[in-house]
Design a protein around this ligand. Structure first.
Ligand code: SF4
Length: 171
């Protein structure tokens, strides 16, 4: 892993695959949450938007890829809406699993909603989407992170608290 080359700007195919996994997760999660009402779907979408804005405005601004194309295209996106931060701040805080909980909730909330829906009224389609969400939300994003994103990331070499946390749990 250490000899891997790093991308200055990630190729489009990585950005497409990474976002495909993220957006599929959001879409499937939204579909499951919609089963209990459009108001809950609106709250779920709002929750995702808050997480994305927090990432773009709070983390991407300090990342090496600010203004460039990272594995998710967010470095470029962040530079369109937010001012550049300080790269030293990117690695300042240690990250724990507690910090990742809000991201996990994007998949966990619809799975809980799906379980409740299935108890009330069993539906094979909902069950299928729950399994798909579980695979995409956990294994899918882990594969994207390790094989496409972190693997070629310059910020990883400069220091990344998230990557350190993921690496630590692999040992
Ligand atoms: S090392 Fe991974 S988690 Fe950290 S900035 Fe790069 S892609 Fe993101």
């Amino acid at each position: 892993m250490e000899q891997q080359k790093c991308y200055e700007n990630y190729p489009a195919w990585i950005v497409v695959i990474s976002n495909l996994i993220s957006f599929s997760t959001y879409f499937i999660g939204g579909f499951i949450v919609y089963q209990i009402g459009s108001l809950w779907l609106a709250l779920y979408i709002l929750y995702i938007l808050i997480l994305e804005l927090k990432l773009l405005g709070g983390h991407c601004v300090n990342c090496y890829y600010y203004g460039k194309i990272c594995a998710f295209g967010k470095g470029r996106l962040s530079s369109l809406f937010f001012k550049k931060g300080e790269s030293s701040k990117f690695c300042k805080n240690k990250m724990t699993w507690k910090d990742i909980v809000p991201d996990f909730l994007v998949s966990v909330i619809p799975i809980i909603v799906g379980i409740i829906s299935l108890i009330i009224h069993f539906n094979w389609l909902i069950l299928f989407f729950m399994v798909l969400l579980f695979i995409l939300g956990f294994s899918g994003s882990a594969i994207v992170r390790s094989q496409l994103a972190c693997k070629f990331c310059k910020q990883r070499k400069l220091g990344c608290p998230a990557e350190k946390l993921f690496e630590k749990t692999k040992k």
